[in-house]
Write a protein that binds this ligand. Sequence first.
Ligand SMILES: Cc1ncc(COP(=O)(O)O)c(C=O)c1O
Length: 430
Amino acid sequence: MKRDANLTNAGLMARRKAAIARGVGQVHEVFVDHARNSEVWDVEGRRYIDFAGGIAVVNTGHCHPKVLAAVSAQLQRYTHTCFQLLAYEPYVELAERLSHKVPGDFEKKAMFLSTGAEAVENAIKIARVHTRRSGVIAFGGSFHGRTNMAMALTGKVAPYKSGFGPFPSGIFHAPFPNALHGVSVDDSLHAIEHLFKCDIGPEDVAAIIIEPVQGEGGFYVAPFDFLRSLRALCDRHGIVLIVDEIQTGAGRTGTWLAIEHAGVVPDIVTMAKSMAGGFPISAVIGRADIMDAPAPGGLGGTYAGSPLGCAAALAVLDVFDEEQLLERGRHLGERLQLGLRQLAARHRSIGEVRGLGPMVAIELLVDGRPEKPDADLTKRLCAEALRRGLILLSCGVYANVIRILVPLTVSDEIVDEGLRILGDSLAATT
Ligand SMILES: Cc1ncc(COP(=O)(O)O)c(C=O)c1O
């Protein structure tokens, strides 16, 4: 592949700083030349192993040939008509196939948008019209996006909400259960009952929205009994249970949706990111009667459910079947967890290794003490790993968690090479 020899990361960084609003952050000072499966090459020709997957977008790997072929074929036919003006079959097929994959033995319907935040916005709109209520309960540490409603739902102030208010009213936060940091399932459930007593009656709550594994918040897995209790609570009060699977969905946890692990049937699911292998499309899928609540024209968008996104998403569904990626993901999860536990045995700074299937993380603590998150080490570790050719991504309310979102199509050899670099980087930084 031919590179422009005049481009350097430092040179592009200088141009970026001059031309791009600083609020658009950048984790690593690297500019990409090309990427394939689980590897990325920068403009200077350096190769990296990608443990970040474009923040959970390329579960099927960078530039999967089947996804590229489907999008190329679509490009030759039509690229845009606006589904609400002139419809196209791939949108309908995608709705049929995705609805089929969402748990629940009842009729389901879907709609498509472009980004995760838009999917969240629309899920709330639909739940509000359906219930004719306005309140929404979300969780501390959650991340639901950067639009106004999604920011309001997000349970992490800096940098996502700082200075961006006012936010819509009627949004409340309960603590997310987190055993490591001393919040039990009972604590969380009591906090919701407390909200019902002090802030909003359950009869005014339209929806509860939860990530089955918090992504941005730190890869904390919601205990399955907590998710079941939320389901029961929603049934008791006629509240819509929305599961935000934007980061966890499309096979990231070893099942198509993470909620399947808990055996819980949500009313609405939001998806985006890896559902289309790198092309922008998002989905809201749910019970047909709930999804049909808004009147015609109330939902949609000019680019929502673009033909290219639909073609890519259909190809991703085929790739999952043909390459048995869920099974492959479960194997990958075990390999990663084993490797990380071996590292944890050698490095006291790794306070916890956790995850669900191949959605795994390490939490870095000073002397293994949960009250002492080590954000500084996390930062240094990411920088050192990058220097050695491994792309890492941190997360967490305390910025002390390294999350692994390597493509499910990665080879065992590259996983092991990445784990070796991670170990060497830890040794160099601790
Ligand atoms: C759980 C979750 N919800 C919503 C979003 C927002 O998605 P987007 O950035 O596509 O708007 C994200 C993005 O990281 C996410 O992880």
